[in-house]
Design a protein around this ligand. Structure first.
Ligand SMILES: Cc1cc2nc3c(=O)[nH]c(=O)nc-3n(C[C@H](O)[C@H](O)[C@H](O)COP(=O)(O)O)c2cc1C
Length: 366
């Protein structure tokens, strides 16, 4: 790279970083959930102009790509967006323009549901963290499948974006019948997503995390695997787990993953822990229940990845999630055993250049 080019790259990066800091300080004055939809809708609107969309793609997509083949899928780069950001598959083109190698839609439930009462998303700025108790608000499997079908038929045809389908159970479905909900979502989305994630680890659907117990998981996976085998093109099926499992529970998951031939694990979802936070106890108490994400989750999820990778002797494919804000954080997850990584809270705090920054770091530190 010429000195001129290098110099302009540095300047552009500094401006982008500064600009996002200013934009963020304004956005952070408003309710987090409103800001989420406002920002994404603004991005969608401005991307309607092909000229601006091209500029955005040019600015945010990584020139140094790090293509990765995992579960027989070709990822243009290993940086993905975690579930819950684009629950309803509304922003796939825009997210691809920001450089993501993959996006996980959902959690999708069989019927539409509105989720918990608002407010249900909170910022802990001192901790670079979020607490959410969204409660699987989504448009339901049928509508989301239709939206995905339209995307595949139009923009998706020319896209290299990998789309995962994260599936869950309806809030009132008893756990004994949860497998039926997973099967409904699986069949509805099968034609349109590249891989599936069984989510039994969100803390915001009462009783859901009890499904992480081996017998329940065996039942869900045996139903999904038998449906999968009947399809023309079977899809990889992964399990997303909580970072709060104890050693025995984690060991059970490892043996289940190997015995039931899962295609991989996503480690991890949000935590219910509130340890070592900088925000005041009073504020934390006032926020109440929910899953904590971001920086305070980083080491906990990395340790879990490391433990599972070593204990399974590398036999389990892992997607690392939890507190990734930088290339170094991503590298830590990869060194611990992750093949791909996902961001969520880091995207909110660091802004749209996070994907490019991580990819650049990973390529330069190979
Ligand atoms: C507001 C919000 C909503 C989320 N919704 C879901 C969801 O529906 N399904 C899911 O599996 N994970 C969900 N997550 C968890 C994220 O996908 C991710 O695993 C977690 O936040 C840890 O990553 P992070 O520290 O980078 O945010 C959600 C997270 C946030 C902050």
């Amino acid at each position: 790279m010429s000195l001129n080019k290098l110099f302009s790259c540095i300047i552009i990066n500094v401006i982008l970083h500064r600009m996002y800091k200013i934009v963020r300080s304004i956005l952070f004055l408003f309710d987090p959930e409103r800001v989420h939809y406002f920002s994404m809708n603004v991005l969608k609107l401005i991307c309607k102009s092909p000229f601006i969309k091209k500029r955005i793609q040019k600015t945010f997509s990584s020139p140094e790509l790090n293509p990765t083949c995992v579960f027989n899928l070709q990822f243009s780069n290993p940086v993905g967006l975690g579930a819950g950001f684009d629950k309803n598959a509304l922003y796939l083109n825009e997210l691809e323009s920001l450089g993501f190698g993959f996006v996980e839609i959902g959690t999708v439930t069989p019927q539409p549901q509105t989720g918990n009462e608002k407010p249900r998303l909170f910022r802990l700025q001192k901790d670079k963290a979020l607490i959410n108790r969204m409660g699987f608000n989504n448009d339901g499997a049928a509508i989301i499948a239709e939206r995905m079908a339209t995307w595949r038929a139009k923009d998706g045809q020319h896209s290299s974006l990998i789309v995962g389908g994260n599936i869950g159970k309806y809030k009132n479905t008893p756990n004994e019948e949860a497998w039926k909900d997973y099967e409904i979502c699986f069949n509805a989305l099968h034609e349109y997503v590249d891989y599936f994630v069984v989510n039994v680890s969100s803390p915001n659907t009462p009783g859901l995390r009890a499904l992480q117990e081996k017998d329940s998981l065996q039942q869900i996976f045996s139903v999904l695997h038998s449906s999968n085998q009947k399809k023309k093109q079977p899809k990889p099926i992964l399990l997303k787990i909580a970072p709060d499992l104890n050693k025995d529970q984690t060991n059970e998951i490892i043996s289940l993953a190997i015995e039931s031939k899962l295609d991989g694990l996503i480690i991890s979802n949000t935590t219910i822990s509130r340890e070592n936070l900088l925000e005041s106890n009073e504020k934390i108490k006032k926020i109440g229940a929910g899953g904590l994400s971001g920086l305070p989750l980083k080491n906990k999820s990395t340790e879990m990845i490391d433990y599972i990778h070593k204990k399974s002797e590398g036999k389990i494919v892992i997607i690392g999630s939890g507190g990734i804000f930088s290339g170094k954080d991503a590298e830590e997850k990869i060194m611990a055993g992750a093949s791909l990584i996902q961001v969520w809270t880091g995207f909110v705090y660091e802004g749209p250049s996070i994907v490019k920054k991580i990819n650049k770091y990973l390529v330069n530190n190979k």
